[in-house]
Design a protein around this ligand. Structure first.
Ligand SMILES: Nc1nc2c(c(=O)[nH]1)N[C@H]1C(S)=C(S)[C@@H](COP(=O)(O)OP(=O)(O)OC[C@H]3O[C@@H](n4cnc5c(=O)[nH]c(N)nc54)[C@H](O)[C@@H]3O)O[C@H]1N2
Ligand SMILES: Nc1nc2c(c(=O)[nH]1)N[C@H]1C(S)=C(S)[C@@H](COP(=O)(O)OP(=O)(O)OC[C@H]3O[C@@H](n4cnc5c(=O)[nH]c(N)nc54)[C@H](O)[C@@H]3O)O[C@H]1N2
Ligand code: SF4
Ligand SMILES: [Mo]
Length: 706
């Protein structure tokens, strides 16, 4: 008998509803994944990556058994299969020995991106780290979006208040540094974002994409492009705010009841008049002023920014000004503006921070703070090189390819006393591991979309069973961490191993009057929650004791001086300086989905550097030339592709490539590509000190024929 099971994709933020069709003869075999048309939120939306995930599930190159390096002292030597019991026991013993000799500070964790879509993994590793006293956490979030947490903390008094663009009701969307057609948005969970963007235009609204590249998301039905220079979004927003203040386009009296520091904000942005920033931003003063006016005068306008703006040098300040743009134009909390989606549980209160004590501490690498518990990822190599970090557990991450400076980080990783990688594939980082542990994929584990609560435009809860039993000896992450803690406790330490995190979530839900069992019994296993209500941000969002939004956080004073310095630097930059940006494609998910033949279309077998035709001509370069690309931090060789969609002075390259040394991945190693992150900065000074967010866009480079 045909059997289908409803579940959801866990590759990126929308978490689209899917149906898995099982084999007639064996219900432990999936034959096909299709979009779930009956899903009350997604209504049949899903993309090719989610539907192709079966190829990952069935990939013969997957990790199936725990592996141990044959010669522990030689990085990169062969691995041999080992039982779970042995692996877990040996890892716990070795970590305890390292702890005994060098202290708890020698134990560190790296938490990678897919753990964000895995309700038990992220909790599992944090609980493990906490239990064994390991406080040094690194993770992909500092390469992605920690600037947003730092800004929310300062502006709203809570790490977790992030008013979302109300795409369903807006008349004007300003989207900065995002490419929704390819990436499906980040830090906001929206089903079919391009469909919603198309609807804005269809109902007579306007969409403006701010981007150095004429992206796939822009078009006659999906919005225009404002082609800016990279790493300048802060100045664009400052000039827009200044225009709004100068032209009296905001109601200051109404704002005074809800905020403080507005006068200082108005004073600050006077330094960044449209005429003054036009050259630096790369668009005319008139364009900036009319954009500001149109945004302020739209019936309802929403502002959004994503990784393109996060990864600049002023990501925190940029996100702050984005909030201010929404606030001063009366769009914050309003329908069609930016709405706070409390979700379950009420996230603002949970993210409230008490910063009575200085959150910074002195380290060998300067003054540091933790942001959402994380140290700057760009200091991982420094921590290892200095001997501070000696054992690293890497969960669902591939820092060797996802972070700046592969050569340096590779050397550092090979000097670790212990590296444990928990992954579904042998990846570039696990080449250096002493133990590699096979996790289940999302078709093999039960889950709940818990981690996206607070970021959903249409809040809902969805539960899924494991669609099939885990193949081979793959295990869910909560189990792996539980076993490690048992082994740790067996050796005499006073710690309590954690239960499955889902049990904890079920208890939390029941306290809020939600019965997980009733969600489990529904089909699909979804409970739709109320949509965010206008004004909620003022009622339950803002967490400062006085209830006011801070428009001019004192914590930003140093960063504002730096902004001034960066502005001067950009003004003085040589006219022909080329800057490097990132380019996500439909055929990779950061460094993975790299081993799927079906995604190796003719234009997706390599990651060339893209350059505008005029720049190429100035440099005497032609299509398909082999080139050397160099920055102050490193150099790579790759092919050149001419791309008229890029602004002059901007080059783009896709990250996550560079699989030359990974023969275990039979497809990826045939199409190795080049690791662009060799060109990115690492170490002190390469991240924002307010947020630990890595500086990853607008990197000055030189290109010449190889
Ligand atoms: N130049 C440049 N660099 C970038 C970016 C950029 O735009 N430009 N983007 C940055 C961003 S936004 C991010 S989020 C980071 C990502 O940085 P990372 O998280 O370090 O890298 P990923 O490539 O996402 O690696 C994810 C790993 O998790 C594994 N995996 C997949 N599913 C599971 C699972 O269910 N369980 C386990 N245990 N493992 C799993 C995959 O096989 C893969 O090895 O990269 C950053 N790096
Ligand atoms: N297919 C696919 N989907 C993905 C991913 C993937 O790797 N592949 N990764 C997932 C992850 S982890 C994340 S975090 C999200 C990211 O989601 P998005 O942030 O939407 O990611 P991108 O598509 O890289 O869009 C960033 C855009 O910023 C532009 N940009 C670069 N520098 C600047 C700048 O200085 N200013 C401005 N204004 N724009 C700039 C780039 O040209 C690019 O179009 O995508 C997720 N979805
Ligand atoms: S948009 Fe993201 S969540 Fe939806 S199917 Fe595609 S990869 Fe999966
Ligand atoms: Mo990301």
């Amino acid at each position: 008998m045909k059997k289908t099971v409803k579940t959801f994709c866990r590759l990126c933020e929308p978490l689209c509803g899917l149906e898995a069709q099982l084999s007639d003869t064996d219900h432990n075999v999936i034959v096909k994944l299709t979009p779930d048309k009956s899903h009350p939120v997604h209504m049949g939306f899903a993309c090719h990556k989610g539907l192709k995930f079966l190829d990952v599930h069935k990939d013969p190159d997957r990790l199936n058994y725990p592996l141990r390096r044959l010669s522990p002292s030689r990085a990169g030597t062969e691995l041999e299969p080992v039982s779970w019991a042995e692996a877990v026991e040996e890892i716990a013993v070795q970590m305890r020995e390292i702890q005994a000799e060098h202290g708890s500070e020698s134990l560190a964790m790296f938490i990678g991106n897919p753990s964000a879509f895995n309700s038990t993994a992220r909790y599992g590793i944090r609980k493990f780290a906490y239990s064994i006293g390991a406080a040094d956490l690194f993770g992909s979030t500092t390469q992605d979006t920690t600037n947003k947490f730092a800004a929310a903390e300062a502006v709203y008094g809570s790490l977790s208040v992030h008013p979302l663009p109300d795409l369903d009701n807006t008349e004007f969307l300003l989207s900065i540094g995002s490419n929704p057609r390819i990436s499906h948005m980040t830090f906001v969970n929206v089903s079919d974002p391009m469909g919603k963007i198309r609807d804005i235009v269809k109902r007579g609204g306007r969409v403006v994409h701010v981007n150095p590249r004429n992206i796939e998301s822009a078009g006659a039905n999906t919005g225009e492009i404002l082609q800016v220079k990279p790493d300048t979004d802060f100045f664009l927003l400052a000039a827009m705010l200044n225009t709004i203040f100068e032209q009296g386009l905001c109601d200051q009296r109404a704002l005074a009841a809800r905020s403080r520091g507005l006068d200082e904000l108005r004073e600050l942005v006077r330094d960044y008049r449209a005429a003054e920033v036009a050259d630096v931003v790369g668009v005319s003063a008139e364009a900036i002023e009319s954009l500001a006016r149109d945004f302020a005068q739209a019936r309802a306008a929403a502002a959004y920014m994503a990784t393109g703006a996060n990864m600049g040098r002023l990501g925190t300040l940029t996100y702050w000004l984005l909030q201010m743009l929404s606030l001063v134009t009366g769009n914050l909390g309003g329908a069609g503006g930016n709405v706070y989606s409390p979700g379950y549980p009420a996230s603002a209160a949970a993210g409230k921070v008490s910063r009575e004590n200085d959150p910074y501490f002195d380290s060998d690498f300067g003054r540091l703070r933790r942001m959402v518990g994380l140290l700057p990822g760009n200091l991982l190599a420094d921590y290892i090189e200095s001997g501070k970090t000696r054992a690293l557990v890497c969960l669902a991450g591939n820092p060797l390819l996802s972070m700046g400076g592969e050569t340096r980080l590779g050397k550092a990783l090979s000097n670790l006393d212990l590296l444990v990688c928990i992954d579904i594939y042998p990846n570039a980082t696990s080449k250096f591991a002493h133990y590699v542990l096979p996790a289940t994929d999302w078709l093999e584990r039960e889950d709940i979309n818990f981690v996206s609560q607070g970021n959903q435009l249409q809040p809902y809860l969805q539960y899924t069973d494991a669609v099939v039993e885990p193949a081979y000896e793959r295990k869910p992450e909560w189990w792996i961490f539980q076993q490690l803690l048992h082994a740790w406790a067996d050796s005499g330490a006073a710690i309590t191993p954690s239960a499955n995190h889902l049990e904890r979530i079920a208890r939390d839900l029941s306290r809020a009057g939600i019965d997980l069992d009733s969600i489990k019994e529904a089909s699909p296993q979804v409970m739709v929650l109320p949509t965010p209500s206008p004004g909620e941000i003022f009622r339950s969002g803002v967490q400062h004791d006085d209830g006011l939004i801070d428009c001019f956080p004192a914590a930003f004073s140093e960063a504002l001086l730096q902004a001034r310095q960066i502005f001067r630097e950009l003004s003085d930059e040589p006219r022909d300086q080329i800057k490097l940006i990132t380019l996500r494609t439909n055929y990779m998910m950061n460094s993975w989905l790299n081993n799927l033949d079906a995604l190796k279309r003719r234009n997706a077998r390599d990651n060339p550097i893209f350059l505008n035709p005029e720049d190429a001509e100035l440099l005497g370069l032609q299509e398909a030339d082999a080139v050397v690309v160099s920055s102050a931090f490193g150099a790579v060789e790759c092919l050149l592709q001419i791309d008229g969609e890029l602004r002059q002075g901007v080059a783009a390259m896709t990250h996550g490539w560079g699989h030359r040394n990974n023969p275990d991945l039979s497809v990826a190693s045939r199409y190795p590509g080049t690791n662009v992150n060799e060109l990115l900065p690492t170490g002190p000074g390469s991240y924002e000190s307010l947020s630990n967010q890595a500086h990853m866009t607008g990197i000055p480079i030189n290109i010449s024929r190889a």
